[in-house]
Design a protein around this ligand. Structure first.
Ligand code: UDP
Ligand code: MG
Length: 307
């Protein structure tokens, strides 16, 4: 390992940055691996940027500062674009992601894993957050087109080649933890207890939480469209069968026929929505320009490569 990069997005973290700096550099120094820390200021309006600047005296702490608040996922993306290390750790600034875990991440990386991510076993957060996250991750997993690990946030270590692939993706509105799963290669989840934030309040307002949750569902879930298409077809088919039954048994009630007609049209509408959804899915997939596949290695060619 020539260099380990650590990307930390922050937004109005103020005093928390002192504790982060102390604990993170302490852990990294103990690892005895050369490192760089890239602090990404997501348009903070408090003294965070000034505080971060104070750490910047050494060569191994760098700062990227946004013109305004663009969101944590954009801040991570910006950090990833500037890393120089052989592996990159992504972590929050509030010490909810314990820096001590980086050692375990690194051990797994040295064993050959390209992606090592934290799985939050216990959360020291309020019941609302715990419950909504639990439900959300399971809903996402159930509807996603690829197996997304549940209860894992952005805290992870990824190899340089994984970071390079993420950096080369033209798509915006990134849901990093989903793209990380999409990468493939050898991945490992490591369980950890998510602590309370060391200072201040969450920077995720309900609006921001809903936005990132929606981004995740829209980017990785195809099942809702398929559900509409299939249930719409079934409803229409059922109404036709009932209609035949009514015809054979000589039902003449106008209300009964109107209801069955409505059921048929409702089914058609659901089917139409599902088909439009499927088309939108295909269009967005094309627009995102993700590669069709990622090759791990080739064998027997003149220009064999191995990632
Ligand atoms: N963050 C950010 N931009 C934002 C919101 C949050 O860079 O618009 C950072 C924040 O400073 C922290 C990390 O993203 O380092 C996670 O945010 P937070 O701890 O508030 O989220 P929670 O842990 O409550 O989900
Ligand atoms: Mg937090």
């Amino acid at each position: 390992m020539n260099l380990l990069s650590v990307v930390v997005p922050f937004y109005n973290e103020g005093e928390a940055l002192f504790e982060l700096h102390k604990q993170l550099t302490g852990c990294l120094d103990a690892l005895q691996v050369p490192y760089e820390i890239i602090l990404v200021d997501d348009g903070s309006t408090d003294s965070s940027l000034e505080i971060a600047r104070g750490f910047c005296k050494g060569q191994n702490i760098k700062i990227i500062s946004f013109s305004r608040n663009f969101g944590q996922q954009s801040a991570i993306s910006a950090g990833l674009k500037h890393v120089q290390g052989d592996a990159v750790v992504i972590m929050d600034a509030d010490l909810q992601d314990p820096p001590e875990l980086i050692e375990k991440f690194l051990d797994s990386f040295n064993m050959g894993y390209d992606v090592v991510y934290g799985i939050r076993t216990k959360r020291k957060e309020n019941i609302f957050k715990r419950l909504t996250y639990k439900i959300y991750y399971r809903l996402l997993r159930a509807t996603a087109t690829l197996p997304l690990p549940v209860d894992s946030g952005d805290f992870c270590l990824i190899s340089r080649k994984a970071a390079d692939i993420l950096n080369a993706l033209p798509e915006r509105n990134r849901y990093i933890r989903g793209l990380r799963a999409w990468l493939g290669f050898s991945q490992l989840g490591i369980a950890y207890e998510r602590k309370k934030r060391c200072q201040g309040e969450t920077k995720y307002t309900l609006k921001k939480m809903l936005r990132i949750a929606f981004d995740g569902i829209v980017a990785f879930s195809r099942t809702p469209y398929q559900f509409f298409a299939i249930s719409g077809s079934l409803i229409s088919l059922l109404s036709v069968l009932i209609g035949f039954g009514m015809l054979l048994s000589g039902v003449t009630s106008v209300i009964a026929w109107a209801l069955i007609g409505l059921l048929f049209l409702n089914g058609l509408q659901c089917l139409g929505l599902g088909l439009i959804g499927e088309s939108v899915w295909h269009i967005t997939q094309e627009a995102k320009g993700r590669p069709d596949y990622i090759i791990r290695e080739t064998l027997g060619f003149n220009d064999d490569s191995s990632h």
